[in-house]
Design a protein around this ligand. Structure first.
Ligand SMILES: [Zn+2]
Ligand SMILES: [Zn+2]
Length: 283
């Protein structure tokens, strides 16, 4: 046991260095990362690069675990791996949900999750952030909850996979909401006790918090700067409209939309659709 995962002799699983997604153990890496070859991601100019958990640990990567607010723990990697998302662990009396795991995990992260009550389920906003989802599921015998529309992007055959559509109540106060947009199954978590009881969304890049922490935006491809069509933006906003929330945690430690998030989402979507229609200053 090292890095918190089984270390039996034999082939290692491969990790795409560009996105952090894990691929099944094999003597040599896959020829292509399907997730990075897709138009929403990118392959490094020098070609696909692969690493392993052992190599990442040898290169000095370590988990970075922080309490974000009562009941919510962030699990990142320092220095970051792949796209650089940090996971969120939502803790409840009924069990815990891990969201958007990065590609690296180590024994320290596993121990802190165990100390926080373990893991009943693991999920992600979209395939770019599946990362070590299968390792976390195996380590804690936790269900993998993915929207049916995106489940075929999972790189491992996972017996613990349960698919869902539209919305799924994971625990009493924790709901997965399918919003679409960036991916057909792009999702958010609604965490009712978040933001001091006002409600929070954990949005990955389904709803993209912008650097000033006063707006959000919507993307089809962030790295390739391709926007999301207006009809898809309307779909994202209408999916979260029934839920009460005041804060949005995106896929990274920062930025965070700390307050007034429900109004900001509606106003940002209106402005986005205006701009897509040609309404920019100077016209
Ligand atoms: Zn990749
Ligand atoms: Zn993405």
């Amino acid at each position: 046991m090292s890095n918190g995962v089984d270390r039996t002799a034999g082939p290692r699983m491969w990790i795409c260095a560009a996105c952090g997604n894990h691929y099944p153990a094999a003597p040599s890496p896959p020829t292509v990362c399907a997730i990075c070859a897709d138009e929403r991601q990118w392959v490094p100019p020098g070609g696909q690069r692969w690493t392993t958990l052992d190599q990442l640990a040898a290169d000095g990567h370590r988990s970075d675990v922080r309490e974000i607010e009562p009941g919510l723990i962030g699990i990142g990697v320092e220095p970051s791996v792949g796209i650089g998302q940090r996971a969120l662990l939502v803790t409840t009396a009924e069990g815990n949900l891990l969201w958007d795991p990065p590609g690296f995990l180590d024994a320290a992260a596993v121990r802190q999750v165990r100390d926080a009550g373990g893991l009943r389920a693991v999920s992600a906003s979209h395939p770019h952030f599946y990362g070590a989802i299968t390792e976390w599921s195996r380590t804690f015998d936790a269900e993998i909850l993915l929207p049916e529309a995106d489940a075929s992007w999972l790189t491992h055959l996972a017996p613990a996979l349960r698919t869902w559509r539209d919305a799924l109540t994971v625990f009493t106060d924790v709901t997965l909401i399918e919003c679409g947009g960036h991916f057909p199954g792009s999702s958010v978590v609604h965490w009712a006790p978040g933001a001091g009881g006002s409600g929070a969304l954990l949005s990955g890049d389904t709803i993209f918090v912008t650097p000033g922490e006063d707006r959000v935006t919507f993307v089809w491809s962030a790295p390739n700067r391709l926007p999301l069509p207006a009809r898809a933006v309307r779909g994202v906003v209408s999916a979260v409209r029934p839920y009460a929330f005041d804060r949005i945690y995106g896929g990274w430690w920062a930025p965070v939309l700390r307050r007034d998030a429900k109004r900001v989402v509606e106003a940002s979507a209106r402005r986005y659709i205006e701009v897509m229609g040609g309404a920019v200053a100077g016209d």
